[in-house]
Design a protein around this ligand. Structure first.
Ligand SMILES: Cc1cc2nc3c(=O)[nH]c(=O)nc-3n(C[C@H](O)[C@H](O)[C@H](O)COP(=O)(O)OP(=O)(O)OC[C@H]3O[C@@H](n4cnc5c(N)ncnc54)[C@H](O)[C@@H]3O)c2cc1C
Length: 416
């Protein structure tokens, strides 16, 4: 069924009896050509591009819980391509371009909203760094504008410009950035993949890999053994645990990241705003809630819930930037498990096991990467070669001394 305005009118006039589930609920088959582990954004996007662009068939996506129960349905919905390093920027700009055509391609309203992202700077040195970043973005074909303090004041007059400790000196604006409805993205990819014959199997946890002669033969699951020619793992915060089943120890730590939503307010914030003197970012959802977040909880954890000290830290960042925030009531908060890599950049690569591939290390920036990550992972799985924009995301870069350290903070996952 294609979604359209006409369809909505027809259903409204016929008692809404024609709507169907967005995807099937198939029983697992004995074997597939390609098995993807994890029905988050990246796993579903990979399956979709495998079927739609790379002509692959007999594909299954296995999910231990329900589709969208991981970080894809828990993030603060920001999409952007404002990166500095050559290993990163072309990839995220590729993703941005895919976002721009995604809803038409999937025939699904993922509420992609290019309302802009404004990164604030609070010192002359930070402004210089933003100028450099903006130039790198322009060279990669992205858009970037350096705003003066006066221009920022005109755009977001409610910020605390006179804060003696964190004066706002300007900002780097990417107008094409913005937000997308996080779980809508998962549903859109799931529906589109299902329509191309991909089996999406929920409540099916992968508990082991069957490896013979250095080659993967399939996966052990809570619903029995499933044979596979190739296996792609895209389990985000569970990457360390799942790849340990294949005898791998990853350069990744798992941490919790929390998100917060206020009561619904009248339109107040035009786009996404980030505080440059601490870690705090905020936008406003279409329902009116202020959606914000900050740093990860500083300890390793596999729990999908965070702790109070980080909530206090995020609230302090918010109050320094927008004192009016103290008057809003917080409605909801939740946590997701982040796969924090040692340099803050992802991994899309093959492994030492033939036929076993890894997509991981997204830290807290993997939502914006969903389309390009799925495309690049599908490219690798189908052709055996990395996609040109993802060629730097190799697993051995840590051993070879080629980290992609966007923030320049070294091997300290809690700082990326
Ligand atoms: C609070 C928060 C805010 C964030 N904000 C942003 C943001 O604004 N912008 C941005 O770009 N990024 C953001 N992120 C990061 C982004 O959400 C993640 O990097 C990205 O969603 C990870 O990829 P995914 O969608 O595939 O992961 P997930 O949705 O976590 O998918 C992984 C799936 O694997 C499944 N799984 C795990 N183990 C197994 C197993 N053994 N067998 C089968 N299935 C398994 C899990 O159940 C899960 O569904 C945020 C994350 C959080 C938590």
């Amino acid at each position: 069924m294609r979604f359209s305005g006409l369809r909505i009118v027809r259903e409204a006039l016929t008692g809404n009896r024609g709507w169907r589930p967005l995807w099937r609920d198939p029983a697992p088959q004995g074997a597939y050509d390609i098995v993807i582990v994890g029905a988050g954004g990246h796993g579903l996007a990979t399956a979709y591009y495998l079927a739609s662009v790379f002509g692959q068939a007999r594909i299954a996506v296995l999910e231990k819980g329900w589709l969208g129960s991981g970080n894809i349905g828990r993030n603060t919905t920001i999409i952007r391509s404002n990166y500095l390093l050559p290993g990163n920027e072309p990839f995220y700009e590729f993703s941005m371009k895919l976002w721009e055509g995604l809803e038409q391609e999937l025939n699904f309203n993922a509420m992609v909203s290019q309302r802009g992202i404004l990164n604030l700077c609070h010192s002359d040195g930070q402004r210089d760094a933003f100028r450099r970043r903006g130039n790198a973005m322009l060279l990669a074909g992205a858009d970037a504008e350096l705003l003066s303090a006066a221009q920022v004041r005109e755009m977001v007059p409610f910020l605390n410009f006179d804060n003696a400790r964190f004066p706002i000196k300007g900002g780097l604006l990417q107008r094409r950035a913005g937000t997308a409805r996080h779980d809508g993205v998962a549903w859109g990819y799931a529906r589109a993949a299902d329509r191309r014959g991909v089996d999406i199997i929920q409540n099916c946890e992968v508990t082991g890999f069957r490896i013979e002669g250095g080659r993967v033969r399939g996966v052990e699951t809570t619903r029995g053994f499933i044979g596979a020619g190739k296996v792609g793992v895209a389990v985000a915060g569970s990457s360390g645990r799942v790849m340990a089943l294949a005898g791998m120890r990853l350069p990744i730590e798992s941490h919790v990241l929390q998100a917060f939503v206020s009561e619904g307010l009248k339109p107040a914030i035009p786009g996404v705003v980030t505080f440059g003197a601490g870690h705090f970012y905020i936008s406003q959802s279409d329902k009116g809630g202020l959606v914000f977040g900050g740093d990860i909880d500083g300890y390793n954890s596999y729990a999908q819930r965070g702790n109070l000290p980080t909530i206090e830290d995020v609230a302090e960042g918010g109050m320094a930037l927008m004192p009016m925030l103290g008057r809003a009531r917080l409605l909801r908060a939740w946590g997701g498990i982040m796969d924090m890599s040692m340099d803050g950049s992802p991994i899309i690569d093959r492994t030492h096991v033939e036929g076993l591939y890894l997509n991981a290390g997204w830290c807290y920036g993997g939502f914006k990467a969903t389309p390009a990550s799925g495309y690049a992972f599908a490219h690798l799985l189908a052709t055996g070669n990395p996609h040109p924009t993802a060629a730097a995301f190799r697993l051995d870069r840590f051993a070879r001394g080629y980290p992609i350290d966007e923030k320049g903070v070294g091997a300290t996952p809690n700082l990326h």
